[in-house]
Design a protein. Sequence first.
Length: 365
Amino acid sequence: MRAQDRQDTSRGGAPRERTVTTGKTITFGIPCYNSAEYMDHCISSILEGSDYAEDVQIVVVDDGSTKDNTYEKALEWQNRYPNIVEAVHQENGGHGMAVLAALEHAKGLYFKIVDSDDWLDDDALSKLLSTLRDFEWRDMRVDLVITNYVYEHVEDNTQNVIDYKYVLKRNKVITWDKIGHFNMAQNLLMHSLCYRTDILRDGGVPMPAHTFYVDNIYAYVPLPRCKTLYYLDVDLYRYFIGRDDQSVNEKVMVSRIDQQLRITRIMMDAYHLYDDIETPELRSYMIGYFTLMMAVCSVFSRMSDKPDAMANCDELWSHLKEYDKRMYRRARMGIVGIATNLPTKVGEKFTLGIYRIASKLVKFN
């Protein structure tokens, strides 16, 4: 712990010295698996953007890498910056287990995940840290800080910024009843979220082992626990798109449809949204997110050549209908649900055509 002396003028009159005892303001968790080729860029972006501040913690989790020296690289960074970087090694458990390992080692008041092939913008990170430190100084409880993220498309050297300027009030602590309407390209993904660490720890995050797409659980299940949120309009997170083996590559997503179904089932079972979520605005957002997840399952099940893919997807829809009829009607009978579940071969071609158009417009993979 370290002490900082700052002037307190909040009550008027002459400034007085106020001593604030602080530890780590934020922990950045970096899950790594065979990441030696690109993890340095990720780590250095955080160090440089934070000006090597020691109220920042970086937890680099090697998730049982087998093909390179990921853990040795993490140890090198820890040896160079022992007051900032912590290297953690574990047996391979998948992305979710690496996230939970980082959370277990977190000492920061806030927690943010940065995947090892992504990076953070220097200026945006500096503004985020200033904001979080100000919250701490003012003793303001803010459960969730939201920032923009940028799709960095390597194949055509273009960018696609996802922001929330017309959905959230900027630079103001608000509650869920003050949010606007999110369109389908504006979901609050892991890249845009910075939680207070206790929000994640107190209720847990039910992420299964050896499963991709757990970031959807991370960006969905904890939201109702967040009572206050703050939108900082900066393009912080740079999301690399372009590796052939990337989990959001279309062919890879289709091949992992069983994992997509598993993740969506966990999200489904987390809440009876109409009963459990009291704030209408938050409920509407979460229903929209969940509906999109069900649509993704329908589309990729149709694209899959696995013989049981469609049967498993139909079973998921049947479970939803039994689990919560109102959630089922909203997900299946709305425009998105109808468009992604059209019967017959003609309907299937139409569904896939809509997906192709959306993919080109939003450029999410």
